[in-house]
Design a protein around this ligand. Structure first.
Ligand code: CA
Length: 359
């Protein structure tokens, strides 16, 4: 089998969709991180397509090596790994379709195929505590049985309003049943001392995991926070390769690693990162904001790891995006089931795709 074409489409849903075509009529689909969709699509078609056209799509790891090393000087953070992600996911989809197996089977089999998903509620920074409570209430009514509130401070607004964050967490925690885990994501917005003080207060109230308490580049600071607190501290959504994850683990020592399959060079590299986490006896709790292809690709990898049992991130359904697929994979009672179909388990509806492609 040979790869004949690679196309990347900007969708109106702010999605960078990748399609890899072959001479045997088998097609794979993937998705890049949506940080800048036109740039992602351009990179896939200009930088990656020439490297893999004419090659055998079953040689996934060798194609990964080619794509990564031959575009190394164009990235290694951000665009390059995100674009490799989109193509790599599509190659695994082809591999699954060609062998009539779900991707998790090709990766060695599933420890589980059904996942509890947590609702990730973002945009906390400008909200009043009561407004966030309303969103938490809504997610609870939608049937979610695990929730995370996200501040989106970023490393450039350090310690902006920790008292409000704490009040927000407290209101949400008091509203939710004890059986619903509640996590908190500072989105890199605290100094080390504030993060430790906040973390201790969250622990008193009952917190499930404390995400990115300090700036993502401050590995030493992450370690000081993780060492000081009992609550599992997580980080890793800003790491793009297994080497960066290794450095984060050795220097930052977070309790939980958070690779994102549409950012960290795809399924090939994420599987290695999951193995790295297992090697250090850490759990993997992926970062994932893309509700269809990205979510499924992530679940296929995490299905293989017994140490990836925590509820997974979900930003909520997007009806227009679900309609892109013949049999969308939907959330049911707060859970998601990986379909027992070849590859990712998603089939594109061409008519709907045509209507979703951005001008
Ligand atoms: Ca996060």
């Amino acid at each position: 089998m040979k790869i004949t074409d690679v196309r990347a489409y900007p969708l109106k849903t702010r999605t960078a969709l990748v399609r890899v075509f072959t001479d045997e009529g088998i097609e794979g689909i993937g998705e890049c991180s949506p940080m800048n969709v036109p740039i992602m699509c351009h990179f896939v078609e200009q930088a990656l397509k020439p490297i893999i056209v004419g090659k055998d799509p079953m040689d996934v790891e060798q194609l990964w090596n080619d794509m990564f090393m031959r575009t190394y000087k164009l990235g290694v953070m951000g665009t390059q790994p995100s674009c490799i992600s989109g193509v790599d996911i599509a190659l695994w989809d082809i591999r699954g379709k060609a062998t009539n197996m779900p991707i998790y089977k090709l990766l060695g089999g599933a420890a589980r195929t059904r996942f509890r998903m947590y609702k990730s509620i973002g945009g906390g920074a400008p909200l009043a505590a009561e407004e966030m409570l309303e969103r938490v209430r809504q997610a609870h009514e939608e049937g979610y049985t695990a929730i995370k509130i996200r501040m989106d401070w970023g490393p450039y607004r350090q310690d902006a309003d920790p008292e409000k964050d704490l009040r927000m967490f407290q209101l949400a925690r008091e509203f939710l049943p004890d059986s619903t885990p509640l996590s908190f994501d500072a989105n890199n917005g605290y100094s080390v001392s504030t993060a430790i003080r906040q973390g201790r207060a969250f622990e008193q109230l009952g917190i499930y995991h404390f995400e990115e308490p300090v700036p993502q580049y401050d590995y030493e600071g992450i370690k000081r926070v993780a060492d000081a607190l009992d609550v599992p501290v997580s980080a890793g959504e800003h790491e793009y390769t297994r080497w960066q994850m290794r450095d984060l683990l050795l220097q930052g020592a977070p309790d939980i690693l958070q690779p994102d399959v549409v950012k960290c060079c795809g399924i090939t590299e994420m599987k290695r990162i999951v193995t790295l986490a297992e090697t250090f006896d850490r759990s993997t709790l992926p970062h994932q904001t893309q509700p269809t292809i990205g979510t499924l690709a992530s679940l296929h990898v995490c299905a293989t790891s017994p140490q990836s049992s925590r509820p997974h991130e979900f930003s909520g359904e997007r009806p227009e995006l679900n309609e892109l697929f013949e049999e969308p994979v939907l959330l049911e009672d707060g859970f998601m089931q990986i379909p027992d179909r070849p590859g990712l388990g998603l089939v594109i509806n061409e008519e709907r795709l045509a209507s979703l492609i951005a001008e």
